[in-house]
Design a protein around this ligand. Structure first.
Ligand code: SF4
Ligand code: SF4
Length: 375
């Protein structure tokens, strides 16, 4: 096990400054409008100090905490995927010159050095899931790979949870997993406020050496672990599911009448797919100038809930909302297992919170596993 260091609030500021000196743009959580979103960070004061959120199906509100906790919340509407798989990315453009000839140019990939500060366990797991999608041997997505290689990840263990969190039921947990460059555990109470820091990569180790931190003592480490374990117990109470049975239950109930109810309730707004950190569908679109002398092709996020997404070879393969919801849920939890050998959900709960009609994936799964007569 690597050594665990202790950092004070001002050390976190030094960490951010050091990352800046090393050429990283630091991105972290910030209060923006009425939610916690991700954006550039220059100092600890830019983070949501003293804020938390109240979350449930179809409901999200910011609330003040009664302490100065820096990471005393869970996850807001945005995942980190917008920094790896851009929501809209130019692929190439073509311009017509004065002689009427077209010149085509590839758009250079944007891959700045970025440090993501505050990556939760469910989000790190989601990045690793997307790695397997975009860096699959034989079909590597070059822009994604370049941005991934430029990434420095600072994880944060969860010491608080929302009722919508269910990471533990899908093999995750409040402690951020292996592979992050650095991981923090925040300890705050009436008489102390500090962070435990551990390095997960040589790059992280190198950065910590420059900060000259003191080593944490056994009592401090134990206090951090106690908070993580407390959160683990809380989250475990939010849902328990057997992942293998999940696949069987969903696929065996393809024509269950509850799909009808879900289809009637769902607005096909695509919110669930846009907030989900593991969704990866995209579309390509062309934008042509009014003069007709320039065209640019973009790749942009798409959703299996849109009518166009299921339009193939002159026909719509998922004409109704019921079939789109069924496609989404069964892909995430069942057929993703066939495709990638794991579930496509990390239990972050965003799709539950940001569904305007409050459809809760957990309730949907439970209902679909029931014999129809018992509903
Ligand atoms: S399906 Fe829902 S809970 Fe699972 S990772 Fe996506 S947004 Fe999070
Ligand atoms: S399940 Fe909810 S969030 Fe997803 S498309 Fe339907 S209404 Fe929108």
């Amino acid at each position: 096990m690597s050594r665990i260091w202790r950092a004070e609030l001002n050390d976190l500021d030094r960490l951010i400054a050091q990352l800046g000196r090393e050429g990283f743009e630091v991105i972290g959580p910030r209060v923006e409008g009425q939610a916690i979103s991700y954006g550039p960070i220059q100092r600890v004061a830019d983070l949501p100090v003293g804020w938390t959120e109240e979350q449930s199906a179809g409901h999200y509100r910011l609330r003040r905490r009664n302490d100065q906790s820096v990471f005393g919340f869970t996850v807001g509407p945005q995942g980190w995927r917008r920094y790896l798989q851009l929501p809209k990315e130019s692929l190439f453009s073509a311009d017509r010159n004065h002689r009427g000839q077209w010149q085509v140019q590839e758009t250079p990939t944007l891959a700045p050095k970025r440090a993501l500060l505050g990556v939760r366990s469910c989000e790190w797991q989601a990045i690793k899931i997307q790695d397997r999608v975009f860096e699959r041997p034989g079909s590597v997505d070059q822009p994604y790979q370049r941005r991934r290689e430029s990434l420095f990840a600072i994880g944060v263990d969860c010491v608080t949870s929302a009722p919508t969190c269910f990471c533990t039921s899908l093999g995750g947990g409040p402690k951020v997993g292996e592979g992050v460059d650095l991981a923090l555990t925040e300890v705050v109470n009436s008489h102390q406020h500090f962070f435990l820091i551990r390095a997960g990569t040589p790059q992280g180790e190198g950065l910590l050496t420059k900060l000259n931190l003191g080593v944490a003592d056994a009592i401090q480490i134990k206090e951090g672990e106690r908070r993580i374990e407390h959160t683990r117990t809380q989250v475990a109470g939010h849902w328990k599911v057997d992942v293998k049975r999940l696949r069987e239950d969903l696929l065996a109930n393809w024509n269950h009448r509850y799909w009808e109810e879900l289809g009637n309730k769902c607005l096909a707004c695509a919110n669930c797919t846009l907030v989900c950190p593991t969704c990866f569908c995209s579309n390509t679109v062309e934008e042509v100038s009014l003069e007709g002398d320039r065209v640019e092709r973009f790749r942009q996020w798409d959703s299996c809930f849109t009518a166009d997404h299921g339009y193939l070879h002159g026909g719509q393969v998922r004409p109704d909302v019921k079939s789109r919801y069924r496609q989404w849920l069964t892909h995430k939890l069942a057929t993703w297992q066939d495709q990638f050998g794991e579930v496509g959900c990390t239990g972050c709960g965003r799709c539950v919170v940001w569904c305007p009609v409050g459809i809760d994936l957990r309730q949907a799964v439970e209902a679909l596993a029931q014999p129809e007569g018992e509903l």
